[in-house]
Design a protein around this ligand. Structure first.
Ligand SMILES: [Fe+2]
Length: 168
């Protein structure tokens, strides 16, 4: 997405806005809401052991949200030929990618092992039910619609990693 924007003489604004919508609605509202569910349980059951990692992950989420908001502001004000806006979007987009990679690495290295250690298996059913409730109340779009949106973006920006196939 960023490579296409950097190479283009005209910013693919509509597609970029769709990409930012995907990041907001799927990445932030959906993925982070599920993580918040885990944070709440860790705080309750972990009796304080999970506090620092949870707070660090929440700060990461806040910073990612701020980067997305800034990119949305630029994309909303930009015109297709505004190369200064394109440069800013690419610069912020690269910051976002780096931030997310570091965040995911922290989740894999610190958060998930902590969850495995502190949350008993008896919690699994309740956590799954909470995740299903979050997915069912995801607004304004369903997970299927968001995956379709991401698949459509592949037509503009090329193949995206880790994307499930379109559902019937
Ligand atoms: Fe996260």
């Amino acid at each position: 997405m960023l490579e296409v924007t950097a190479r283009s003489r005209e910013i693919p604004l509509e597609s970029l806005r769709d990409g930012l919508t995907f990041l907001t609605e799927y990445g932030d509202r959906f993925h982070h809401r599920r993580e918040n569910e885990l944070f709440d349980r860790l705080r309750r059951i972990g009796m304080g052991h999970g506090e620092r990692p949870c707070a660090a992950m929440e700060r990461d989420h806040d910073w990612g949200r701020e980067l997305i908001r800034t990119m949305q502001d630029i994309a909303d004000r930009a015109t297709p030929g505004d190369l200064s806006a394109a440069r800013n979007l690419v610069h912020l987009g690269l910051d976002y990618v780096q931030h997310q990679r570091q965040h995911i690495e922290k989740e894999d290295r610190i958060l998930f092992p902590l969850i495995t250690e502190l949350l008993p298996a008896s919690e699994d059913g309740r956590i799954l039910a909470a995740f299903e409730h979050i997915e069912a109340t995801l607004a304004p779009r369903s997970t299927t619609e968001l995956i379709d949106l991401a698949l459509d973006l592949q037509g503009v920006f090329g193949p995206l990693e880790s994307l499930p196939s379109r559902r019937a």
